[in-house]
Design a protein. Structure first.
Ligand SMILES: C[S@@+](CC[C@H](N)C(=O)[O-])C[C@H]1O[C@@H](n2cnc3c(N)ncnc32)[C@H](O)[C@@H]1O
Length: 279
């Protein structure tokens, strides 16, 4: 097992985290200028992980590997256990699968894996906070880019009917299945792109990226009946872009939520949209 310690300008860190798809980080130090973080990686994955990080650094035009050190295999799980504490986003609490929770919130148990959706990211938290308000009992839900399955599991736990979680990454689909099983809820986890979905769902959850929305918002907007919950929008520029895309498709903004991430200059945004009555 290796510990790779990297440094990035703080303004770029979240972009990196999204690009790197939630592999799992430990933030060692963060101020407004710089974020220092560690990635723990299996020896056999070392080369591919380092290359993937390097490629993103090149795209971002910044980022440095500070240190690479061996860590003992037996410390590995303990390391994660230190890092992942319960995250409360009422009415939900996200807990690592080894944790026992006895409070009043609705627990979502997650195994630590490679897929995005640990619950730490503001874009995930925004959707979680909107789910109880907009999903009614027995609503059908399509969770585009399900990652760990976190949003599908939350939907099911508050009473949704059929819930489908799709992702193009095979690891995500596996984690969606494992986590649904751990939480004793039935989610249909499938390896699929939203481009290949043709049926409509009451609710569509889409915590994706602006590039995807720019290219395929029309397609996504055809997949929901009641509400489309969009997240993964970072900063004022992307916010204006999504508002323009919505207006062009006659989608009405019912709610806008933003969340500041410590150390980052701009905020993350999420939106609840519905088909405008004029449609
Ligand atoms: C930001 S993560 C969201 C994970 C989780 N839903 C959450 O809210 O934490 C976005 C996910 O979308 C997936 N994705 C990207 N393009 C996709 C597509 N065309 N169809 C389905 N999933 C896609 C990625 O593999 C990734 O797992």
């Amino acid at each position: 097992m290796k510990k790779l310690i990297y440094s990035l300008p703080t303004s770029l860190f979240e972009i990196f985290a999204v690009e790197f798809n939630g592999y799992g980080f430990e933030i060692l130090n963060r101020d407004t200028e710089e974020t220092v973080f560690a990635i723990y990686v299996d020896d056999k994955e070392l080369k591919s992980v380092k290359e993937a990080v390097q490629e993103i650094f090149e795209d971002l035009g910044n980022g440095t590997l500070i240190l690479e050190e061996d860590i003992k295999e037996e410390n590995w799980e303990e390391k994660w256990k230190e890092h992942f504490k319960p995250i409360k986003i009422p009415p939900f609490v996200i807990i690592p699968e080894w944790e026992i929770y006895e409070g009043d919130l609705i627990p979502i148990k997650l195994k630590i894996g490679k897929a995005f959706g640990t619950g730490l990211h503001p874009s995930t938290q925004i959707v979680l906070s909107l789910i109880p308000e907009y999903i009614e009992k027995e609503d059908s839900v399509l969770d585009i880019g399900t990652g760990s399955g976190i949003l599908s599991i939350a939907s099911k736990k508050i009473g949704a009917g059929l819930v489908k979680g799709i992702d193009i990454q095979p690891e995500a689909v596996e984690e969606c299945k494992t986590n649904s099983w751990e939480n004793e809820v039935e989610v249909l986890c499938e390896r699929k792109s939203f481009e290949d979905i043709n049926e409509r769902y009451d609710i569509v959850l889409a915590n994706l990226q602006i590039d995807i929305f720019r290219e395929a918002f029309k397609k996504i907007s055809k997949l929901f009946r009641k509400y489309l919950i969009v997240s993964g929008i970072y900063g004022e520029k992307e916010r204006s872009q999504i508002l323009k895309l919505s207006k062009d498709l006659n989608l009405e903004v019912l709610k806008e939520v933003s969340k500041k991430d410590e150390g980052l200059e701009e905020k993350w945004y999420g939106f609840v949209l519905r088909h405008s009555k004029k449609d």
